[in-house]
Design a protein around this ligand. Structure first.
Ligand code: MD3
Ligand code: FE
Length: 218
């Protein structure tokens, strides 16, 4: 058998997987072997495309600061939500997606049974104590057949996992440094959000949480 991306993440034990829904999973600590490398990559992305607080179409400024890497990046302003090839702040292309991050996402998609996954966009969210993300659906991507993979770094957060209607009840799922979530299929359009972050500094990242979500947007 030839090399696959699975060989990049050798393990002696099976991953610990929590199931959030029929097609939604958290792989606990799966990114820990590359966490320090990902933190350095985020610092490099921030140097080229700095984290910024974007405005929503409704006129609110997001408490989460964000940037992107990859061919496409998610943005919002008064005109709406969309993916762009260029950072509207610099008019330059978004920084490249780190190869190790893409390999991790591919490995997780295979491990969780979603098959081949070729992300072209990575939204990077930065939470400080008190930052939150209100309930929303991820529906700006062109097709909803591909899953989404997310990597959490730094301070822990409480993730809210809802249903297909905003008013559906939510369950709380803790997400810790190194956890990787993947969701697709019938869970792809579920409402979700993040509770306001507690101020509990992390040894590697201090008083912040970084979340990277890899998507096939185009
Ligand atoms: C969605 N980010 O950027 S990702 C976003 O932690 C976003 O920053 C959050 O929502 C964050 O759009 C959450 C984690 C996640 C995990 C499982 C899901 C999102 C999910 C299952 C279904 C839908
Ligand atoms: Fe989302």
């Amino acid at each position: 058998m030839g090399m696959t991306t699975l060989d990049l993440f050798p393990r002696s034990t099976p991953p610990i997987v929590d199931r959030m829904g029929p097609c939604a999973f958290v792989l606990r600590g799966f990114a820990l072997p590359i966490a320090a490398e990902l933190v350095r990559a985020v610092t490099a992305i921030d140097a080229l495309a700095p984290f910024r607080h974007m405005e929503t179409p409704g006129g609110f400024t997001m408490s989460v600061a964000l940037t992107n890497c990859g061919d496409l990046g998610w943005t919002t302003d008064r005109r709406g939500y969309r993916y762009t090839t260029v950072d509207p702040v610099s008019n330059q292309h978004w920084p490249a997606m780190p190869a190790t991050l893409r390999a991790l996402a591919r490995t997780v998609a295979i491990t969780a049974g979603f098959g081949a996954f070729e992300p072209d966009a990575c939204l990077v969210n930065r939470y400080l104590p008190g930052s939150r993300l209100s309930l929303h659906q991820d529906k700006n991507e062109r097709d909803f057949d591909a899953p989404i993979v997310s990597v959490s770094l730094g301070m822990s957060a409480v993730f809210l996992f809802g249903g297909s209607a905003r008013s559906d009840k939510t369950t709380r799922v803790p997400l810790h440094h190194g956890d990787v979530a993947i969701w697709g299929g019938e869970d792809r359009l579920r409402y979700h959000g993040v509770m306001p972050l507690k101020d509990a500094p992390h040894p590697l990242l201090g008083a912040q949480r970084i979340n990277l979500t890899l998507r096939k947007a185009g």
